[in-house]
Design a protein around this ligand. Sequence first.
Ligand SMILES: [Zn+2]
Ligand SMILES: [Zn+2]
Length: 558
Amino acid sequence: MSGTETAKIEVWWDMNDCPIPEGYDARRVRPSMERAFEKIGYTGPVSITAYGDQTKTPDHHLLALSSTGVAVVHTIAESTRSVMYRDMVEWRGQNPPPATMMIISDQVEGDFSWDLARLQQRNRYDLFQANSMKSRDDLLLVYYANWRWEQLLEEGGAPPPVANGLSSAAMFYCKSCNFDCQSLNKFRKHLSSYKHGMEVRKQSILSLSQILLFHNLSNKLFCQAQEAINPPDTRLSCVTKRWARNYPATPEHATAKIHVLWDMNDCPIPEGYDARRVRPSIERAFKEIGYSGPVSITAFADQKQTPVHHLLALSSTGVDFSHTLPWVHYSRMITDFEKWTKNNPAPASIMIISDEVASSKYRSTLICRKLQKSNYNCFLAYSVRPFEMPVLVTSAEWLWDNLLAVSETKRNILHKCSESESERVAASTGMFCCTLCLCDCKSLDDFNKHLSRVHYSRMITDFEKWTKNNPAPASIMIISDEVASSKYRSTYICGKLQESNYNCFLAYSVRPFEMPVLVTSAEWLWDNLLAGRISSQDQTYEESSPEGVFSPEIITFY
Ligand SMILES: [Zn+2]
Ligand SMILES: [Zn+2]
């Protein structure tokens, strides 16, 4: 961000969304903004362009704005947003960072923020925003500052006493006709001219025909039809949609670290595939496009479901494991990503192997924001090509199956040139991490032991917490074969039942071989319980304490 504080600040202002309030002196707009920017340390020269239907803006406002060097642009209401965006993109092309962009609008969400977020991942400007609505925050874009429009207007003091020579710079533009002039009189004359009227009518007819087409045609036909017609200003054009998906490595990224987050659920190891080939395949794919930095890989899954031979094969090639459960899967990947970026400042690369992240704007928001802030490079892999273009700007994307096949086709070359690689890999075997309790295990054995223990201990922790907040009388129900059949597993609960007047129920899928140490008021076979049947063999007791029976709060553990 060095240098941005004194760099130029360009302001795009939608006067329809954020109007000049009744009775407000429009000459105060510029000094208010400049004061607000100064307060947060931005002192660069400010240029402001005001967009809107200027036939509706009173003369004294237009004169006041132009006397303070604010450029005034006439647009028809439906096209303000797209014209503003087009000007913004053009400006970016002519003004490389460092610089600051300020957007004053209520309509930034949707394709506007999608496209701008992608632009920001390639060329990073400091972004400011002001809006007038009770803000629905746009989470996709990273803003360096945010203002309520009404507050922003009150930042400055009095208007400048005399027109300070800026008036010569202020211009009036008509975007419908590509007309510009420097005098309000000429501008007014133009806006009421026959030529201008015809131009606006032509554009309204075009946009109306688009609406009709939209109603009558399927989406695909609609797009073709839209291209056939010279598109009017109303449609926002996403410039990044034409971007390619493959870029060669820049010098700063070519040898930088690469961290791989691998969702094993979305992109599993195929039947019969040697898991030891996963790492060389990924590394080979990187090398082919010029990336040769050290690669770290973390595999996310419910590792209880991963076959042991896969765990062994992957860990022998230095792949780390994270044990997660489906409902926390994604958030654990993000946590890992955040931790990694903290320890590995840009430039560096991140690879996401996940269908969900690739296809969901919502899922990739946090990564998208990080890429806007720092010069990280991004790769994607997925088992199914996403239906829409991801919001993440990538330097390369792969289909998972193709990626895994890389080492096979290049096997001979790989053998020749990767001796040092295999040595390095052999020296570093993977770590096993349980992200549920944030514990690391050094060996697969320890990891497996941990996974079998963890379930039970978490149930106990939960039980303890619950009893703290819910003193007896109350009832507890345990649905677990392990607790029902193991004296060891039920010791803690047994102790609690002896201390206090808790009532206990049990359910299990298999009737325990021995009578449980827990004294219960009722027991069920899980299948019967689900079916609503109580067989004669299910033991129920009548003598449970009245408090227990009528206790309104019953908690159930699975
Ligand atoms: Zn015009
Ligand atoms: Zn754990």
